[in-house]
Design a protein around this ligand. Structure first.
Ligand code: GMT
Length: 381
């Protein structure tokens, strides 16, 4: 199969999933052309069937906002014509789905299918904004097939847009080998002083992640047991988190790691992962923590209960329940046998439910199914 994949190259799970999927498909024999305005963070060369096409956005003094969606659609047309693509698989509906529908229209009569994978904020925060809602809805209903990364996101999409479009749930995935190797590499080494417990949070530090809750939970934990907090990633709320840590008197126990490509090598040294998000359609960062045998304390929202099993590999607490999350964290950190058992259970769960092999096979099956059907080109919205 010849597949074009479009994604956002910024730090965020959707770009990670698109890049990892591109690599897995290419390794499995498909020809994959990834399109974006920059190389995504986890991009590595994976052999002769994997290509990157940069979407160049022409600047002109007339444009205060250069039209990226048009440049992307143009690139899709160009790549699809040159390489005779069978389908375009876009990750994150805004604006990638509409760009793909436009490309499909321009390419006619050359047949090409459009699959849109919804990731979360493209529905819950951005796509439902009045300035994007109608075009997001159009992109979804006009796609030949739509997938969502969780049941919760599927429900949210149907409710938000009041549509009946069938949506297939294909979850995010991890490559168990990567995490297994990192655990092995990390054995016998530790961050911090002897006896210190290590908590971590990985995100793009946007308001939806509630980083203030992360720092408050850590402050509460650190007041009872020696511990450190690793803040991994970057984003607008990171300076505020740093300020909060200083005000609470724990700044010297908070390490800012920045954005890293080999997240598994950090997680391999972590005792507990915190994800108290406001909304989270899936929580790829939580899945990566579980894969490294790190239990997760998170808010009971969105798709997180589909990834974290309360009382088995972590704890879910109501949104904003900082005290409850701190108590849960302390309970695990004070009981090393239970923490380890949660860690082992988490990794087993991640490997059986979210393994790269199974999930990529599901995507491949959807490709084969959709390429064999007639296009939605003129379907009513
Ligand atoms: O978290 C974000 O705001 C970024 C967004 C993205 O582009 O990656 O994340 C969403 O997609 C991830 C990959 O499917 C999911 O794991 C995240 O849960 C989801 N974020 C939210 O729903 C807030």
């Amino acid at each position: 199969m010849k597949v074009g994949i479009a994604c956002h190259p910024t730090v965020g799970g959707s770009g990670v999933v698109a890049t990892e999927l591109a690599r897995a498909l290419a390794e499995g024999g498909d020809e994959v052309h990834l399109m974006s305005y920059a190389v995504p963070p986890r991009w590595t060369w994976a052999g002769p069937r994997l290509f990157f096409h940069e979407v160049a956005v022409a600047q002109y003094p007339l444009f205060e906002y250069p039209p990226y969606d048009l440049a992307l659609a143009t690139k899709m047309v160009e790549v699809a014509r040159q390489h005779r693509l069978d389908l375009l698989h876009v990750h994150y509906a805004v604006p990638n789905a509409v760009a793909a529908i436009l490309a499909r229209q321009i390419l006619a009569p050359q047949p090409i299918k459009v699959i849109t994978t919804l990731h979360g904020t493209d529905i819950t925060l951005v796509g439902n904004d009045p300035s994007y809602a109608e075009t997001t809805r159009f992109g979804i209903v006009q796609s030949d097939l739509v997938t969502a990364v969780s049941e919760a996101l599927k429900r949210a999409t149907h409710e938000t847009f009041q549509i009946q479009t069938p949506i297939e749930v294909v979850p995010n995935f991890i490559d168990p080998r990567r995490f297994h190797e990192a655990i092995e590499r990390g054995r016998g080494q530790r961050f911090g002083a002897p006896g210190e417990r290590i908590l971590a949070h990985v995100s793009n530090f946007r308001p939806v992640k509630r980083v203030a809750d992360v720092v408050s939970i850590f402050h509460r934990v650190a007041s009872e047991i020696p511990s450190r907090l690793l803040l991994v990633g970057d984003g607008p709320d990171l300076p505020r988190a740093e300020r909060q840590a200083r005000e609470l008197g724990v700044r010297d126990r908070v390490d800012l790691i920045g954005t890293v490509a080999n997240i598994e090598d950090v997680l391999a040294h972590v005792d507990l992962f915190l994800l108290p998000s406001e909304i989270e359609s899936f929580g790829l960062a939580a899945l990566e923590a579980l894969s490294c045998e790190v239990p997760v304390i998170a808010s009971d929202v969105g798709g997180l209960p589909e990834v974290i099993r309360d009382g088995e590999n972590g704890y879910l607490r109501p949104l904003g329940d900082v005290e409850g999350m701190a108590e849960a964290a302390l309970a695990l950190l004070r009981d090393e046998d239970r923490r380890r058992a949660f860690g082992v259970a988490g990794r087993r769960w991640a490997e059986t439910r979210f393994s790269r092999e199974d999930v990529v096979a599901r995507y491949r099956a959807t490709y084969q199914r959709v390429v064999g059907t007639s296009s939605k080109r003129s379907a009513p919205a």
